[in-house]
Design a protein around this ligand. Structure first.
Ligand SMILES: Nc1ncnc2c1ncn2[C@@H]1O[C@H](COP(=O)(O)OP(=O)(O)OP(=O)(O)O)[C@@H](O)[C@H]1O
Ligand SMILES: O=C(O)C1=C[C@@H](O)[C@@H](O)[C@H](O)C1
Ligand SMILES: [Mg+2]
Length: 200
């Protein structure tokens, strides 16, 4: 778990100060867990949200890679998705037992019933929801996602939308993000967290 530096998020120090001002007065007693599909912004928006809330940041995918000592694609290829989900569950349980922070989860974490139950018990879950075309533009920039190493990644993404959206909808908060900048998503999350503090 790390306190993100401004260099990690590519923001100038005045932009970081502006993020912090936006987060002032929000005091959380639970970790904020970001959920949603690949490319929704859990990692990159999550880092900025941690800056705004002045909380540490953790990325469950990175923590799994660190614990396993190999990339996610290799875990999927050598051990299979089921084994990956087991490791993911353990890593998220460990992180949620630690201090309050902003946690970017992997795209499938909230879909696993046990991991979801854990997040419901110990975290404020936030679904970052974006339209298919926006997600596709983002995920096609890199090819490290094992679930999208198929002939037709858009068809895979559409299937995941159909299967997963009813489950992501169980999150405490839903934030619709479009093609706008990361910080717009951060602003929407902070507004939602303020209301959630008043009406949990
Ligand atoms: N709200 C946003 N505005 C602009 N660009 C974004 C936004 N959210 C994500 N991106 C871009 O989309 C790409 C994927 O984002 P990111 O890695 O944060 O997604 P993720 O939800 O963590 O995906 P995964 O589940 O695969 O880890 C990155 O290049 C990121 O900069
Ligand atoms: O949507 C998913 O199931 C995944 C998303 C990524 O974050 C990784 O956790 C992994 O590639 C699986
Ligand atoms: Mg991520």
């Amino acid at each position: 778990m790390v306190r993100p530096e401004s260099s990690d998020i590519g923001e100038r120090s005045d932009a970081v100060a502006a993020l912090r001002r936006q987060g002032e007065g929000i005091a959380l007693s639970r970790t904020v867990a970001l959920v949603g599909l690949m490319g929704a912004g859990k990692t990159t928006v999550g880092r900025r949200l941690a800056q705004a809330l002045q909380l540490p940041f953790a990325d469950a995918d990175d923590a799994i890679v660190e614990a396993a000592g190999r990339p996610i694609a290799d875990i999927f290829a050598e051990r299979g998705e089921c084994e990956f989900r087991r490791g993911e569950r353990n890593v998220i349980a460990r992180l949620l037992a630690g201090p309050v922070h902003v946690l970017a989860t992997g795209g499938g974490a909230f879909i696993d019933p046990d991991t979801r139950a854990l997040m419901k018990e110990r975290a404020i879950s936030i679904w970052l929801k974006a339209p298919l075309d926006v997600l596709m533009k983002r995920v096609t920039k890199r090819d490290h996602r094992p679930l999208l190493k198929e002939d037709d990644p858009q068809a895979v993404m559409q299937r995941l939308i159909n299967e997963r959206y009813p489950i992501y909808a169980e999150a405490d908060i839903t934030i619709e993000t479009g093609a706008g900048p990361h910080n717009s998503a951060v602003t929407s999350i902070l507004t939602a967290l303020r209301s959630h503090q008043v009406n949990p």
